[in-house]
Design a protein around this ligand. Sequence first.
Ligand code: SF4
Ligand code: SF4
Length: 398
Amino acid sequence: MAKLVVLPCEDYSKEHVSACVDSIFADFGGAEAFLVKGKNIFIKANLVTDLPPERHGTTHPMLVECIARRLVQAGARVVVGDSSGGAYTRAYMNNVYRVTGMTEACKASGAELNDDFGFSTVDLKGKVNRHQEIIDVFLKADAVINVCKLKTHGFTGYSCAVKNLYGLIPGLVKAEVHSKYPELDDFCDNLIDIERFASEKILLHVVDGVIGMEGEGPTNGTPRFVGKIIACDDAYITDVAAVKLFDEPSKMPLLLKAVERGLLNSDFGASCVDYSECEKAYIEDFKRVSVLHALFNKRGFLRRFLRKEWVTRKPVIKKSVCRGCEKCFRHCPRQAIEMKSDKSTQKKRAFIHSKQCIRCYCCQELCPFNAVKLKKPFLYRVMRALSVSKSKKTKKQG
Ligand code: SF4
Ligand code: SF4
């Protein structure tokens, strides 16, 4: 049976975060209980891109530092890393480590930064994904701690423990995988296939939910105080607990898919663990993302009557903000982005060809200047308003 720990944490001070980390390890029988002595432990953080900690799009370095220190004290060799959305190279990742605060976190804790940028193709034996390139640092580790960030996500609705494991796919290969699974239904199956493969090595999932991200997550949203650190040995229970802080698990296609595949009970694990700490801390006015494109799964009833573009947010480039860095252009899985010369300035600016776009929102996630805006079509706004008022009614009745 899964074990869930939900702790209040009011800020990222060393005192408060290390008290939470000590408490988590104590609840799981101590770091020593994980038998980490002499083992290679990989801390898989969320380092989606080179964002400083105060933007709260990546795992906070203090949480990584405190977990790493505890494992080092227990005799483990600890390696910290991730594969960001950009190139999986030493130069690119060293910059990400520096900006996200991981360099300092490793120095302070006695951990090492991952310096192995190799990857290998493995037999996932998944439902939709049979073979996948996976980063070697994960494959070579004896065990893994998945330290994720609580965020909204334009495509999947939220990002937490399961979505964080998408970062086991090396840099630019992620775009190919997005292209292979353009429908959310298949993409969720793919995420679960990766989680199933990874789960054997994962000792613990820890959620950085002290300050999460609301609105335009996973990188261009607004930091929002949530005040929780969650730990669990099951990825889906972890995600349900995190989602319960700001939304309903039944609205998340990934969690519904986990129920469908028998990885969660139909009550989202409520009969196995106690979610009351999360339910009590529910944030009513959290800026959520509606995953209306879930209606467009293969069996979706509405698929026959509505066009996807009518109910999904359309990425558009704000020309005045775009600096022409080409990051979105290089990573778009459908080559839907063109770099065009601006007539007045002659400078290159990105332009999205909407018909080719599969609404994966990688461009929005990766743009370092927040130049990709998501336009809400009329029908999207109507359906979102209806779903918000229904959700309020349900909460009141509950
Ligand atoms: S939209 Fe952003 S990522 Fe794309 S070229 Fe412009 S500044 Fe770069
Ligand atoms: S334009 Fe942006 S949202 Fe559309 S397919 Fe390309 S990266 Fe994805």
